[in-house]
Write a new protein. Structure first.
Length: 156
C-alpha cells in the first residue's frame, strides 16, 4: 500500500475549561492544517466564559462537535471525547496549544506506512507569549535538544 492509496479518518479532541480566548487560537490552528481534521471534538468541562460562542464561530470552518461534560477533571473529559470520537486515529491537543500546520499530516503518516503502529507522538515546543524566564529556559532547552539530536543523527 502506498501512502496515497488510503486516508484514515482523524478525530481531534480538545478538552477546555474557561479558556475561550486560548481555545480560539487552538481552533484557528486546526483550520490551517495541511491535512484537514475529519472531526474536532471539543469537550467543555464546565466553562462559565464564552467558550460556547467561540465554538459556534468555528462551526462553518471545522467539522466540530461540542460536548458539555459537567463532571470535572481532565481524565473524565478526555474519556468523554474518546467515547464521542468516530475517527480511525484519535489525537489530543490542549486548549492552550497552537498546532503546526503540518501536525495532522505528520501524525497520520506512520499509521499509513505501517498498520501495526498503535500510537505516535511528537515534541511539543513552547512559544513566546510573555517572555518569562521559565519560558525562555524551555525554549532554549528544546532548541538545544533538537540541535543535539540532529548532530547525533548526522554523525552516525
Amino acid at each position: 500500500m502506498t501512502i496515497d492509496q488510503k486516508k484514515l479518518k482523524i478525530s481531534v479532541i480538545i478538552v477546555t475549561f474557561n479558556r475561550a480566548t486560548m481555545l480560539e487560537d487552538a481552533l484557528s490552528s486546526l483550520v490551517q492544517q495541511v491535512r484537514f481534521p475529519d472531526e474536532v471534538v471539543v469537550v467543555d468541562n464546565g466553562s462559565s466564559d464564552h467558550t460556547r460562542e467561540v465554538i459556534k464561530h468555528f462551526e462553518e470552518e471545522l467539522p466540530i462537535k461540542y460536548i458539555f461534560e459537567n463532571k470535572k477533571g481532565i481524565p473524565v473529559a478526555r474519556n468523554t471525547g474518546i467515547l464521542n470520537a468516530t475517527g480511525d486515529i484519535v489525537v489530543f491537543t490542549d486548549d492552550d496549544c497552537v498546532a503546526d500546520k503540518k501536525w495532522l499530516h505528520h501524525l497520520e503518516l506512520p499509521f499509513l506506512r505501517d498498520p501495526a503502529i498503535g500510537m505516535v507522538g511528537g515534541e511539543i515546543l513552547a512559544c513566546r507569549v510573555k517572555g518569562t524566564l521559565v519560558e525562555d529556559y524551555c525554549i532554549a532547552d528544546a532548541v538545544m535538544r533538537v540541535g543535539s539530536s540532529s548532530k547525533e543523527n548526522h554523525s552516525q
